[in-house]
Design a protein around this ligand. Sequence first.
Ligand code: GDP
Ligand code: IMO
Ligand code: MG
Length: 422
Amino acid sequence: MSITAVIGGQWGDEGKGKIVDLLSKDSKIVARYQGGANAGHTVYHGDIKVVLHQIPSGILRKGCHCILGNGMVVDPIGLMEEIEMVQSHGFDTLGQIHIAMNAHIVTPIHKAIDVATEAANNNRIGTTGRGIGPTYVDKYDRVGIRGVDLLDMNCLREKLNAKLDSAIQAGHLPESAKDQLQDQFHQFMDCAEKVASLVSDTFTLIHEFAERGENILIEGAQGTLLDVDHGTYPFVTSSSATSAGISTGLGLPTNKVETIIGILKAYITRVGTGPAPTELFDEDGQKLRDLGQEYGATTGRPRRCGWFDGVAAHYSARVNGLTEVALTKLDILDHFKEIKVCVAYKMDGKEIKNMSEVLHRLEDVQPIYRSFEGWQETTTGIESYSDLPEKTQEYIQFISDFIGVPVKIISTGPGRDEIIHN
Ligand code: GDP
Ligand code: IMO
Ligand code: MG
């Protein structure tokens, strides 16, 4: 039996979708445990590009069960659109998608509150506007709508109307929302009815597969530094994106997970607001964005780019208990004469090696870099580690030694085959 988790090790968009799709070849289940349609996971099937927001990235494998776990916030409208999109590419999803009964449901009201709150605060967090924060607020306030509530349409309509009344009463939405949201309410009820048939006891499903010794893959969304507890709070998402979220978000105890793969991009990106110590505002930053096509898979926003942050990666290895690393987008560095890695921060004249010490003041730190000579050769297409240029191997080995975790997978392109196992 093997239960493997794939976790975003930075600020999201590390290439989780590609790696999960790759590893799902041998898995009977792929399960998401947190987040919702804020995620955008890109998967290529030959030339077909599929961007998944809520459906786990195992959906392109026939017969692979895809679980939307209880820790997720599920948007029925977005989910129906996504199912239709996947089917339009010729993939049959029948019987493959399962939503936890106790997953929370995102309604048009939550999305409207998310957008209105951001607008009122001059886009303070730069959320994806998918209603993520407001839905988790209701969950923890114990007034949420859950998967089981989709099984009774009359009851669901009552809950929806009550939620609208309370949002207006609390001043989260204007009175006019009653008229403005009507069309979306119809669409929501329609999609909720369709999605209801996918709601089931995913807890038993995952445990029975685990007890039978089947391979299970767990797919994280967002990234470690967007985790509500361990990230760059308040510039984070509202869920537990680190490996710790697996036990609550799926009901699968962490001691069942044998392998925890941290996905690290060979440089960093961040979307939305909040500090990123190695962010580049120069030509190199623009070059990373252009070569890496760093534009959000969910919102299309340009991603902020910078050199690899070793301090952050080391923190990520610790907080997630990473057993191995998949280093992605290495090919983007093929084109640089000089490549840098942040090995410490400087703040108030002091050198800092532990990110946790300065997470609350990250905007005040300056990166201390170690410089590497670029290899300036194409790595895409190389199939074995020993065939990589020596300077590339040095760069990878340095990262591995610095964070204390072996780099076992190296990705050199968006396609399934553009991969090196080390
Ligand atoms: P995720 O949210 O972590 O799944 O990542 P995204 O899908 O948001 O962003 C990663 C982007 O990089 C996608 O467009 C992928 O197709 C692409 N990608 C993944 N791995 C590689 C790689 O090794 N090289 C290149 N050039 N692109 C990659
Ligand atoms: P994947 O799974 C990158 C960011 C948003 C914003 C903050 C809070 O594709 O890696 P939210 O809508 O969650 O309330 O926004 O988190 N964010 C992501 N950034 N990748 C993601 O997902 C993200 N999901 C949310 O930009 O800064
Ligand atoms: Mg993404």
